[in-house]
Ligand binder design. Sequence first.
Ligand SMILES: *[C@@H]1O[C@H](CO)[C@@H](O)[C@H](O)[C@H]1NC(C)=O
Ligand SMILES: *[C@@H]1O[C@H](CO)[C@@H](O)[C@H](O)[C@H]1NC(C)=O
Ligand SMILES: *[C@@H]1O[C@H](CO)[C@@H](O)[C@H](O)[C@H]1NC(C)=O
Ligand SMILES: *[C@@H]1O[C@H](CO)[C@@H](O)[C@H](O)[C@H]1NC(C)=O
Ligand SMILES: *[C@@H]1O[C@H](CO)[C@@H](O)[C@H](O)[C@H]1NC(C)=O
Ligand SMILES: *[C@@H]1O[C@H](CO)[C@@H](O)[C@H](O)[C@H]1NC(C)=O
Ligand SMILES: *[C@@H]1O[C@H](CO)[C@@H](O)[C@H](O)[C@H]1NC(C)=O
Ligand SMILES: *[C@@H]1O[C@H](CO)[C@@H](O)[C@H](O)[C@H]1NC(C)=O
Ligand SMILES: *[C@@H]1O[C@H](CO)[C@@H](O)[C@H](O)[C@H]1NC(C)=O
Ligand SMILES: *[C@@H]1O[C@H](CO)[C@@H](O)[C@H](O)[C@H]1NC(C)=O
Ligand SMILES: *[C@@H]1O[C@H](CO)[C@@H](O)[C@H](O)[C@H]1NC(C)=O
Ligand SMILES: *[C@@H]1O[C@H](CO)[C@@H](O)[C@H](O)[C@H]1NC(C)=O
Length: 706
Amino acid sequence: MATARGAWEAVPGSQGLLRLLSFCVFLAGVCRGNSVERKIYVSLNRTAPCVRLLNATHQIGCQSSISGDTGVIHVVEKEEDLQWVLTDGPNPPYMVLLEGKLFTRPLMEKLKGRTKRIAGLAVSVAKPSPPEGFSPSGQCPNDGFGVYSSSEFAHCKVVQWNPLGNGLAYEDFSFPIFLLEDENETNVIKQCYRDHNLGRNGSAPAFPLCAMQLFSHMHAVTSTVTCMRRSSIQSTFSINPEIVCDPLSDYNVWSMLKPINTSGTLEPDDKVVVAATRLDSRSFFWNVAPGAESAVASFVTQLAAAEALQKIPSVATLPHNVMFVFFQGETFDYIGSSRMVYDMEKGKFPVKLENIHSFVELGQVALRTSQDLWMHTDPMSQKNDSIKNQVEQLLTTLETVGAGVPAVVLQRPRQSQPLPPSSLQRFLRAQNISGVVLTDHSAAFQNRYYQSIYDTAENINVSYPPHLSPEEDLDFVTDTAQALADVATVLARALYRLAGGIASVDSIRADPKTVNRLLFGFLVKANNSWFQSLIRQDLKPYLGGGPLQHYIAVSSPTNTTYVVQYALANLTGTVIDLTQEQCQDPSKVPNENKDLYEYSWVQGPLNSNGTSRLPHCVRSTARLVRALSPAFELRQWSSTEYSTWTESRWKDIRARIFLVASKELEFITLMVGFGILIFSLIATYCINAKANVLFLTPREPGAVSY
Ligand SMILES: *[C@@H]1O[C@H](CO)[C@@H](O)[C@H](O)[C@H]1NC(C)=O
Ligand SMILES: *[C@@H]1O[C@H](CO)[C@@H](O)[C@H](O)[C@H]1NC(C)=O
Ligand SMILES: *[C@@H]1O[C@H](CO)[C@@H](O)[C@H](O)[C@H]1NC(C)=O
Ligand SMILES: *[C@@H]1O[C@H](CO)[C@@H](O)[C@H](O)[C@H]1NC(C)=O
Ligand SMILES: *[C@@H]1O[C@H](CO)[C@@H](O)[C@H](O)[C@H]1NC(C)=O
Ligand SMILES: *[C@@H]1O[C@H](CO)[C@@H](O)[C@H](O)[C@H]1NC(C)=O
Ligand SMILES: *[C@@H]1O[C@H](CO)[C@@H](O)[C@H](O)[C@H]1NC(C)=O
Ligand SMILES: *[C@@H]1O[C@H](CO)[C@@H](O)[C@H](O)[C@H]1NC(C)=O
Ligand SMILES: *[C@@H]1O[C@H](CO)[C@@H](O)[C@H](O)[C@H]1NC(C)=O
Ligand SMILES: *[C@@H]1O[C@H](CO)[C@@H](O)[C@H](O)[C@H]1NC(C)=O
Ligand SMILES: *[C@@H]1O[C@H](CO)[C@@H](O)[C@H](O)[C@H]1NC(C)=O
Ligand SMILES: *[C@@H]1O[C@H](CO)[C@@H](O)[C@H](O)[C@H]1NC(C)=O
């Protein structure tokens, strides 16, 4: 049997053919640099898509058709411009370039279901942020997964927490919607539109027209139940399973004031005061989740409180321990906290539910008016008198320590008022514990941009004098940083008292500088000298040039998770004198123990001449623990007890603009091409049929070819 190689060798001249072929390929490669595609398409580089998410019963978000959706661009700057898109315009479908301030529910309702005339939507960012507020979240966030799902407080009957919520982020759209993040790119599109798509003197515009194409085809459909079942059947029967959706998941960050043995569990009489907050946020668009007020301000405050508490010399003698926990995925029906409660119940976490002495949670705290900090408690668990007394003590403790901080006035909402959406609700679902949620709002949120793209540094008034350099901004204490440091001081002092500390609390003070550095890093510029110094070398790329985004995502840990872990390690840990090898494996070092501590080899600050870094080993109790909804652990994809959110997979997400010819011209081009094809087919047939006449070759007798 002749091998392919043998066959090649047998035919003389094939080497030359091969060379010719590779030359052609090379030539094609060279020419591509100047190809037609590059001349007519302009890709948009700074966009964010709306993607499809699924829960047990629904799909939400957006998608394009498999080959992308194309439409003639129409700029909609005021509502009247929609008339053209929906009825007048002669060249549907249209790709609407929508001003950010028009991205509202009534307008989206008009566009929905008009897929014959709407190919898709590109939304620009409103500047300044819409003054009337904008929140694509629901009015009753995480409804159904808290502690009130079947009581007189269900469905926010007593308090509508987010009255501005229009629910757009939980709608299903059948066309693609992209965010244009860069003003200059938006202007490029508008220029193209003005040059080609505006009719002269009221007449219809002439071809070629400026068009946009959006690609965001989603693989998963219908619901988590459908897509997970499909994935799981595939992975049973196929070596190469095709997975169409992934559960939203990440890691919670947690630490203990006094180290505990994480290989075992605590004794039942070890008591722990839990300080909790959330790490994540979202918006209508994928991976755009600045969450300044809804997440960052609170976890920054908690980090500062952790630092303040750790600095007290007498922590080791406190009767109770304090656990700091930062929950991921709370936005999506409490992924992080429900998982931790689940692990605690199953004994898979060192702290168990019965170890919890009390629970103090930071809700949104950056927009306090007249210095008020509201203490929300749960009315249902307080029907039990012993819980009621404990809650009363908790509130009194807070009020007492709060009296020492004049800039914070602690207030109690009506006692019959339920808790706002909070991780505490997940703990109360499992066990009646005494807990409080501290917020800047007495009833409805102060935050007018809850879970939107506008919940940025600006929303919580973090801004720096323009003449300062980024490094100077790091040390410039803004009013917001000062106000949050005051809250952190109250929190740290209260935790100290709750943990049984009896000494004076006056010396416990959160550092406004720390708060400012954290705010700056998370909200303005993650790639700053401080963040660089406190993370591991391999995590360097996680610090982008702008603010961090706090969407939980599916590939984890995310940037936020790591940075919070390492910031917590820096603020509460100690530098110890180990080499890099010892730091990575401290088991052989006497007095060091991985059961008690986490060790990390961090980049360290630049040396004095700025040429290299001074890495060192940091020992802390800051750790990560999985935040994947128990619904996926239990394979209960239709769970109503646990979060079931998944994110669809996709192949390609991109956007571009180009000029399109008229349908008639396209048709003519097609027809001409078709004509040529038919002609050449006929010609080939004829030549083939008469080949023996046309190409007379002398045939040697006996030469048989196979
Ligand atoms: C996006 O990047 C490509 C390549 O860098 C560039 O040619 C194109 O002009 C950019 N798009 C816009 C809208 O600037
Ligand atoms: C799934 O999400 C939709 C849209 O937000 C909601 O109406 C529905 O109740 C959710 N289903 C479950 C089981 O939570
Ligand atoms: C937009 O372009 C202007 C001038 O070309 C430039 O100064 C500015 O930095 C650009 N803005 C962004 C966000 O890239
Ligand atoms: C538009 O109309 C104005 C007067 O109505 C005329 O002067 C102008 O030339 C027209 N422009 C074009 C491009 O037809
Ligand atoms: C931690 O607990 C494990 C299992 O209970 C035990 O083997 C280990 O020695 C403990 N470590 C320390 C430092 O106490
Ligand atoms: C109240 O809660 C405590 C635990 O905190 C429990 O021991 C007690 O039985 C409860 N009382 C009632 C009346 O449910
Ligand atoms: C908490 O206490 C309330 C009122 O006493 C009771 O109805 C509820 O079942 C308790 N919850 C748990 C998880 O034990
Ligand atoms: C924002 O900060 C500026 C100066 O730091 C202050 O004058 C202004 O009152 C603040 N605005 C709000 C809403 O707090
Ligand atoms: C971060 O900033 C440094 C200079 O300060 C730069 O060398 C590095 O490339 C930046 N990293 C990223 C991911 O932008
Ligand atoms: C997050 O980290 C990735 C690298 O893992 C990086 O590419 C990205 O720019 C970072 N995002 C932000 C917002 O800094
Ligand atoms: C925290 O970061 C600061 C600034 O880089 C550094 O001086 C300090 O030693 C760090 N602390 C720990 C415990 O790593
Ligand atoms: C920078 O300082 C380090 C010591 O901190 C020294 O070893 C190195 O030679 C210096 N490099 C330059 C270029 O001066």
